[in-house]
Every structure is written in structure tokens, then in C-alpha cells.
Design a protein. Structure first.
Length: 68
């Protein structure tokens, strides 16, 4: 995609109302999976996040966490 086309898209998006932008973002999220989402899904499926999740759950149970 050329720079000119990207600039046209940016101009069009900047002309949207807040509601229209929310609708656009929701539609894009549904239609185009982001690479980071695919990576996280793969990490969950392979068990690479199990140790970190268990550590976090243990810390929460032991009361060693605090609200954000």
C-alpha cells in the first residue's frame, strides 16, 4: 500500500465521529486478527504461559498482589 493511500485512509478516519470510529475499530478487530493476538493464542495453546499464570494465581491467593 502506498503512502498516498495510507494518508487518504487517515484523513477519512479523522473525519469520522467518535461512534463511527468505535464501529470501525470493532469491525476491524472482528475481521483482521492482530499478530500479537495470534502469538498469545499460540502461547496459550502450547502451554508457554502456564507457569506465569500459575505464579500470578498463587500470588493472588497469598495476598501478595494489589489492585491496579
Amino acid at each position: 500500500m502506498g503512502l498516498r493511500k495510507i494518508e487518504e485512509i487517515e484523513r477519512a478516519i479523522s473525519g469520522l465521529t467518535a461512534q463511527e470510529r468505535q464501529e470501525l475499530y470493532a469491525r476491524l478487530d472482528q475481521s483482521y486478527v492482530q499478530p500479537i493476538d495470534l502469538r498469545i493464542e499460540g502461547d496459550f495453546a502450547s502451554g508457554r504461559l502456564d507457569a506465569a499464570m500459575n505464579r500470578a494465581l498463587d500470588q493472588e491467593q497469598n495476598g501478595s498482589t494489589r489492585p491496579l
